[in-house]
Design a protein around this ligand. Structure first.
Ligand code: NOJ
Length: 518
């Protein structure tokens, strides 16, 4: 059997919106611990937790002030250790989030850098530069809108590819490299099974800091020759880290958040001595369309196989519009999301489930401006609504907000319609989204074909995807507008699970997927 991370289903816990134990309206580690039975029963293999370290929360914890502790809003270090122990006792692995591209502006290193003069060792850990007259050193832009440079009192500028509260580190600096080796060891020593690497394609910058050219945006995937995304030098960092993870027992793993031009560039991060896996944003970004999905799948598998890495599949996360909404919203979006779940969970490799997708949660699009917290919203003067709409706290039970999220009012309001989508309401209803995920994950765990079985496409109509995972497992997805019969190869097989009822003659209605076993 291959290492767990080659085929794991990893559930993304957005801690502040998962479960609140103390009533401050913000989810916490004790909340996660209390809901571990739910996650075990759902049938996932591992959890990835978004950052819970001490942080001023300028970017929901992606501005880390201390990498070796827990923010009091989320708990204590002892609580994190207890969570690791409890998760392991439930058979769940744990992946923490590592943020190496930038620290918080309240990190002791950045405070020291502000207090020290230009040219000092303290400033050398970050990217301080002199401006061009009264202008910043170059035209780089922040991924959240506005420029990527802020000026300090003595006139120098520092780089922040995200918010001004997130100064970029200088990864050519030996102290920076040593510090992150030590942080990895700190958590690996405490039993963490792996790390999700934030902005993994961004650590190296062109030392000449040339201006962004035409077509070289800050947001969106990197393109060839970009001065701060996907530079070759970044790979040295991951070779170094892989030596560290390989030194620990128990198949520790890295998953990279790597936004690059295409799967071929992505695969470079997954060479045998670098990261183990990376999120497949090509698949996430594909529209609900058989041709686009098939191309994303083929391209991904081809590129990953070339470097011996498994593919991964992901439909949503805390940075993108939830896929029920992306796929059209309402009943159509929900129906497509059900079919997409069966597609994703039967493809070869690992899969990511973002909290709430197993409940069919849509994006919340009508949050009032005064309650929004994402810096993207503010830095674009509201032109970009930001990511709060996919971060609304989970509905667990009851008929009124906060739907069992915690004893107090949740940090973002949950819509009234979510009374129909609570975990309690859906549990035991065989037609619910959560039942579909549970069933799918149960089959996936029981069928060796879904773990190790090679995949082969079957011939179908243009709007249909159909493939076999040997031995004897078939998935058919009708992404078209008309009913479709399953291909001939599938006809003798037994129906295992369908995202919605099939026709009496076995045809798949539009936006339906089905699993079969020979
Ligand atoms: C990617 C994270 O997923 C996102 O939430 C964050 O804002 C940026 N990186 C900056 O750390």
């Amino acid at each position: 059997m291959s290492p767990w991370w080659r085929h794991a289903v990893i559930y993304q816990v957005y801690v502040r919106s998962f479960a609140d134990s103390d009533g401050d309206g913000i989810g916490d580690l004790a909340g996660v611990r209390s809901r571990l039975p739910y996650l075990r029963d759902l049938g996932v293999d591992a959890l990835w937790l978004n950052p819970f370290y001490p942080s001023p929360q300028a970017d929901a914890g992606y501005d880390v002030a201390d990498y070796r502790d827990v923010d009091p809003r989320f708990g204590t270090l002892a609580e994190a250790e207890a969570l690791i122990a409890d998760a392991h006792a439930y058979g769940l692995r744990l992946i923490f989030d590592l943020v190496p591209n930038h620290t918080s502006d309240e990190h002791p290193w950045f405070r020291a850098a502000l207090a020290a003069p230009p040219g000092s060792r303290e400033r050398a850990r970050y990217l301080f530069r002199d401006g061009r007259g009264s202008l910043p050193p170059n035209n780089w832009a922040s991924a959240f809108g506005g420029r990527a440079w802020s000026q300090v009192a003595d006139g120098q500028w520092y780089l922040h590819l995200f918010a001004p509260q997130q100064p970029d580190l200088d990864w050519t600096n030996d102290e920076v490299r040593a510090e992150f080796r030590s942080i990895l060891r700190f958590w690996f020593d405490r039993g963490v099974d792996g790390f999700r690497i934030d902005v993994a394609h961004g650590l190296a910058k062109d030392p000449a800091m040339t201006d962004l050219g035409a077509g070289q945006a800050t947001s969106g995937p990197a393109v060839e020759g970009h001065p701060h995304w996907d530079l070759d030098e970044v790979h040295d960092v991951y070779r170094d880290w892989r030596r560290i993870s390989d030194g620990y027992p128990g198949d520790r793993t890295f998953v990279g958040e790597v936004w690059v031009a295409d799967p071929a560039r992505l695969a470079r991060y997954l060479r045998p001595d670098e990261l183990h896996t990376a999120f497949n944003f090509t698949f996430l970004l594909a529209p609900w369309n058989a041709k686009a999905l098939r191309e994303a799948i083929d391209e991904s598998i081809r590129a990953m196989t070339a470097v011996g890495a498994p593919a991964t599949w992901v439909l949503s996360n805390h940075d993108v519009v939830r896929h029920v909404t992306r796929y059209g919203g309402g009943a159509t979006g929900a129906r497509r999301a059900r079919a997409a779940a069966l597609l994703m969970l039967s493809l070869p490799g690992g899969a990511y489930v973002y909290q709430g997708e197993e409940l069919g949660l849509p994006e919340v699009t009508d949050l009032p401006a005064e309650l929004r917290q994402d810096p993207t919203f503010f830095r674009t003067q509201g032109a970009d609504p930001g990511r709060d709409g996919c971060r609304v706290p989970l509905p667990w039970s009851g008929t009124a907000p906060p739907y069992g999220f915690g004893p107090g009012k949740a940090w973002l309001p949950q819509p009234p319609s979510w009374s129909e989508l609570t975990v309690d309401r859906q549990t035991g209803d065989p037609a619910s989204m959560v039942s579909l995920y549970r069933e799918a994950l149960r089959h996936r765990a029981a069928l060796p074909a879904l773990t190790e079985g090679p995949m082969t496409w079957l011939p179908t109509a243009a709007d249909v995807l159909a493939f076999e995972r040997a031995p004897g497992f078939f998935c058919v997805v009708n992404a078209g507008e008309h009913p479709a019969a399953p291909p001939a190869a599938v006809r003798g097989a037994r129906l295992l699970l369908a995202s919605d009822p099939l026709g009496s003659d076995g045809t798949l209605p539009p936006d339906t997927a089905a699993w079969y076993l020979e």
